[in-house]
Design a protein around this ligand. Structure first.
Ligand SMILES: Cc1cc2nc3c(=O)[nH]c(=O)nc-3n(C[C@H](O)[C@H](O)[C@H](O)COP(=O)(O)O)c2cc1C
Length: 173
């Protein structure tokens, strides 16, 4: 099963979660940034898992990234804006037939989410959602990830693997 875990990560938290999810899915899975996988080249991918950070109550946007880049808050860690936003990447996804799942990283509380928007965009392109959108928690505005979240991400990856295997077994004639 070919699996790709694609992420946007400005401060590194989502990238870490993506790596852990890929480990959980297994050997054939890779974690890559939005710059490293073309969104219109997913036709041979069996499982696409996509994730990004929540900024200003929603999935990161180009406007928010520009603001983070142009006006860094005092004491903020360096922002990595070298790869496209998840929104931009999703805009380039062609119609596809594979399986999908979505995640985000966020502070815990009523401060919005991003994973449901990712799931909706992938489903709109024809991909089949195999799990509820999932959020992974950071402890501060810039991270770090809360203790135990990387382990939870790896276990979520393993669960996605089981769900994808079951879906694919059902698809066999
Ligand atoms: C400018 C800024 C705005 C943020 N806004 C939110 C928010 O509205 N809701 C939330 O849950 N987390 C918010 N966060 C926390 C980020 O979602 C969290 O740090 C995320 O893990 C960043 O992902 P990254 O390290 O992969 O870029 C914000 C962080 C920053 C720096």
């Amino acid at each position: 099963m070919k699996a790709v875990v694609v992420y946007e990560s400005v401060f590194g938290n989502t990238a870490q979660v993506a790596e852990a999810i890929a480990v959980g899915i297994g050997e054939e899975a890779v974690a890559v940034s939005t710059a490293e996988v073309e969104p219109d080249e997913l036709s041979d991918v069996d499982l696409v898992v996509a994730g990004g950070p929540v900024f200003a109550f929603q999935l990161s946007s180009d406007q928010m990234r520009a603001s983070i880049g142009n006006k860094p808050a005092p004491g903020a860690p360096p922002a990595n804006l070298s790869h496209p936003s998840m929104r931009t990447w999703l805009d380039g996804v062609n119609t596809a037939t594979g399986l999908c799942a979505a995640f985000d990283t966020q502070v815990r509380g009523p401060f919005g989410s991003g994973a449901p928007a990712i799931a909706k965009a992938l489903q709109a392109r024809g991909l089949r959602l195999i799990a509820s959108p999932e959020g992974f928690i950071v402890d501060g505005k810039y991270g770090p990830l809360r203790a135990g979240e990387l382990e939870r991400a790896q276990e979520w990856g393993a669960q996605l693997r089981r769900l994808a295997d079951a879906e694919r077994a059902q698809d066999q004639p």
